[in-house]
Design a protein around this ligand. Sequence first.
Ligand code: FMN
Length: 343
Amino acid sequence: NSQFEKRKRDHIRIALDPRSQTDGQNGLDSITLIHEALPDLNFKEVDISTSFFFSGESIPLSSPIFISSMTAGHEKGREINEALARLSDRRQILMGVGSQRRELEDSNAAEEWARVRKQAPKARLLGNIGIAQLIKSPIDKIRRLIDSTEAVALFVHLNPLQEALQPEGTTDFKNGLAAIENLVKLAGVPVIVKETGCGFSVDTLKRLSSTGIYGVDVSGKGGTHWGRVEGYRSEESDMLYHVAQTFANWGISTKQSMLNAIDARVEYQLWASGGVRNGLEIGKLMALGASKVGVAKPFLEAALQGDEALEKLLTQLETELKVTMFCTGSRNLKDLQSKKVIQ
Ligand code: FMN
């Protein structure tokens, strides 16, 4: 429907506006990795390859960098997704698709993925659905989202601030933990819970421990901020515009969310995202315990420019990660993950 299409188009346009970014708030500037002046390494042998491992299966990945969930279910989004999926296919990285909410009501919307798959048969896609939809949908409908994308895992996004600031928001989050627990039992693929740029507290990370999830992507504050994006969708004369201003810096930074996860001593995997803008930040997050690191807005900008811009962005992120590893004396990601960090 046209209201849905307009909302998705607005989201892309407004997310690219610098006012929607909480630049400098990811907390990572205050983290230092220790320089190693004499690494016992040849830079050429620094190895950033990894894998996505679950129930005995292992999908090889060229790096821990993934494309964070962005868009789905509308015309302009399809071109973006096709470009991102081609990158995932060519370069063997994970890619989150945007919310598949529309497919719950309109099964034709799933045709998008058939077209994406034609161009990117080997893309490693992760499905996506919001908690509010998960709570009220029968599980077989959710499983169809995994089938339509041929997803290797499903992201469930938590976005209370965004829903509260949307005039048309879905704000019933009651029984969310039970819905996640039920999904884990029936999904058939790993379930990863993520925020959308407001991060996680120690308590919430602990509560999620009982559900059996595969992992959490902290998606902390420091990049795209959905309080701001939703705010700028409203007119200045709207009450919600002003409410959104009040919450323009709401959330837990990406760094603090990672420290919270260390405090919570969780056993599931930790993924990190939220304002990650270079490979040094990716390295810092790996040293703090992340096993995969996601980037959203920069990939969106590059996708709008085309395949070449996407190649260049990914290569730059990879190169910065490799330099970080060489200069900390880390030959592989496991070495990097065990490095000492100064906070
Ligand atoms: N996250 C989701 O889980 N589902 C979505 O549908 C979704 N849509 C997004 C659309 C746009 C245009 C952008 C920029 C982000 C979206 N996100 C969504 C959030 C991102 O996955 C990510 O958590 C957040 O943008 C922080 O990363 P960044 O600072 O690198 O942009």
